[in-house]
Ligand binder design. Sequence first.
Ligand code: SF4
Length: 363
Amino acid sequence: MGDSSLTEKMDSLASDQEVVRRYLDRAEAPEQLPEAERRQLESQIRELMRVKNARLVAHYYTESSLQDLAEDSGGFVGDSLEMARFGRDCDADILMVAGVRFMGESAKILSPDKLVLMPTLEATCSLDIACPIERFASFCDEHGDRTVVVYANTSAAVKARSDWVVTSSIALDVVEHLMERGEKILWAPDKHLGAYIRKTTGADMLLWDAACIVHEEFKARGIEDMLSMYPAAAVLAHPESPDAVLEIADVVGSTTQIINAAKQLPNQDIIVATDQGIFHKLQQLSPGKRFIIAPTAGNDATCKSCAHCPWMAMNSLQALYASLLNETNEVEVESELAEQAMLPLKRMLEFAEKSKLGVKGKA
Ligand code: SF4
């Protein structure tokens, strides 16, 4: 790479980071409610959901009260692939999506006749922010010989420009499938997940340059130090983490794959490199085990994101109630765009239904 193109790349990275930081400044976590108020609010939400035939779908990274409410009220808690499937298949009139914006958009694309609401429309994702459609479309145009595979953490417009949408639970299988067909891949936006898949499969992949602000903070050195304190611990890592972290992980997998691995592994102590929102489900399903959050970069400048996504944290019972009561924060996707984005999303869901997906890793 010549000096001028290196300078351009550095400028573009600096401006991406600045844009992410501006979004982060607006991501305030809601106040924690006292127990009695929380219970009262939960029963009001349950009653509203019953009357309006609404269902709550929550991501593992959201707060535990939202996860419990989703499960207790006939809704669902899962990773983004499972959330999309549940939303598509359930018979609700209203889908409440507790997670981040792209999850609400995917729900709306797959369920155009349902009213899709979110506790907040401000909850976004650093991967989505760092992959604006104009720049992405030009990148695709420059590499027209490649099959475009995008991670689910992208806008509807970016999905519409892709051939395949994948989540972390299915990305390896899809890339292997494309590689067998002799296809070269353009991957976006998460560079760590892309690099992990390229290394694991040997596929010809050109990578977009963006990262998850939560997973990027995990550091291999810190995990090694922790392993000296807990020598019998297993390390489970999400593939959005940097390569050095994945190298020392016993299992690399999506949130659901991490939860399943935690249940199956014999280890009592488990170090987990993903958002700490997942600990609620880990502890529920493996109550006898000790889960330890992997250390992050510590006090560096982005530590607002350390091991907990600031945008997932914006989802609250209070905001959920207000949104359902007033039917505000509706997720809308323009119909032509939704039709285009539906194709790669459906391709993923159909592929998932035909495949048997398991944990990929060293365990
Ligand atoms: S945890 Fe990372 S990838 Fe997930 S929504 Fe937050 S910023 Fe995006």
